[in-house]
Design a protein around this ligand. Sequence first.
Ligand code: BG6
Length: 492
Amino acid sequence: MATIIPVEPFDCVVFGATGDLTLRKLLPALYQRFRDKQFSAECRIIAAARSDLTDEDYRQRAEKALRLHVPEPDLAGETVQEFLQMLHYARTDGAKPDGFGPLCALFAEPGEKVRVFYLATSPELYGAICANLGANGLVTPKARVVLEKPIGHDLESARKVNDDVGRVFAEAQIYRIDHFLGKETVQNLLALRFANVIFERLWNADVIDHVQITVGETVGVESRGDYYDHSGALRDMVQNHLLQLVCLLAMEPPLDLGTDALRDEKLKVLRALRPIAPHEVSHLTVRGQYVAGAIGGKTVEGYLKDLGEGRTSTTETFVALKLEVRSWRWANVPFYIRTGKRLPKKVSEIVIQFRDIPFSVFPRDSADMQPNRLVIRLQPEEGMRLGLMTKDPGPGGLRLRPAELDISFEKAFSIRYPDAYERLLMDTVRGHATLFMRRDEVEAAWTWIEPIIESWEATGDKPRPYAAGSWGPTASIALIERDGRTWHEELG
Ligand code: BG6
């Protein structure tokens, strides 16, 4: 049974309160934390949006969202009603200084409570909302602002968002969310590396041949076409989630888990990424866009149809990259990463492929000698598998056979895995920023990503088509096989 440490009373204002993220993720996450008694009914959750709604209207929407997105057994009893009573609605136009009247009225009484301003709006509004929060006197020393990704569209726009927000909030008050960092299994990478002696000693170029990261999704762009088409897989997934995974895998041990120590180490990795030069882009990167196909026996449309009849687009829904971390630890150890929509499985997995043994005492025909491989499953079926060579049982000779040390977290711990937002929202209230991105990290990630986008644009590189339900364009297979390696075969 996990220990729940209650947080101090807070007011959480969510901008973009009628949007998909709030209804699908934030309210269910807050509900689960309330249900676990991590905070009391003294707290207020204030929904801010432009629609003309009453508290009651909003509570009805929220209840519908909870019924859709929270597992049925967790909705039993009085808790839902108690939670809904904590919700208030404030009609707010974040872009206008005089659009904050109802919100200010809710803060008329002076108070010392923690204030969380969660910006789940389009990032173009972040600067204006923050300026208007400041101008309306809502930013207290105990206030924090949470910024959803994407922070900007490129380096320049990211800097502008950071500058605008930084004029009102100190860096220590700014929580830039990368929800992958809130996933239990992603945090478990820290435990794996730094709470066990056996891996960290081997975590380097001496014994690791290469690393693979796959983040596959079966969904298409759904109703997010307008956002997604402006973004694409590189900006939507790689600039943040996948690079954060690379950081956690590649970084040096931090001095401690304090706010800056971990982020300092991640930053060093981002700065150590070897820039991909324009002439290398064609063989170190692959872009794809899904066309109609079938997933799990169900036929699905292609990306262009998903965007809307008659649309054209050169936005990538799949990307594969080969990257290098320039350091002693990782010299000549490539990281192959790939992510895409409409792939055959929703799966996030890391593969650490160890090198061959330097010399074999076994007869050549004793079996296929397979180098050790550590497979870390982030989602679903969270767990880890370590491939080992063992003796094939039986008399006579000494033949070998691969076997696995296999740990399933679900079986080992048998508790519900909290959603990433549950952890991150409570960390914001507590003032723990370790699992959030610092300004310099976001900007370093853009610095590495931007030349790739520029090269794609300069060469007019178009994404290669791949059938929905496949593992992306064949060029992605060629990307790794050219080096005599292969994507982890159980995934495809
Ligand atoms: C989001 C992306 O950040 O992460 C989405 O914008 C993507 O496109 C999502 O679907 C994946 O998150 P998860 O938690 O479902 O793996």
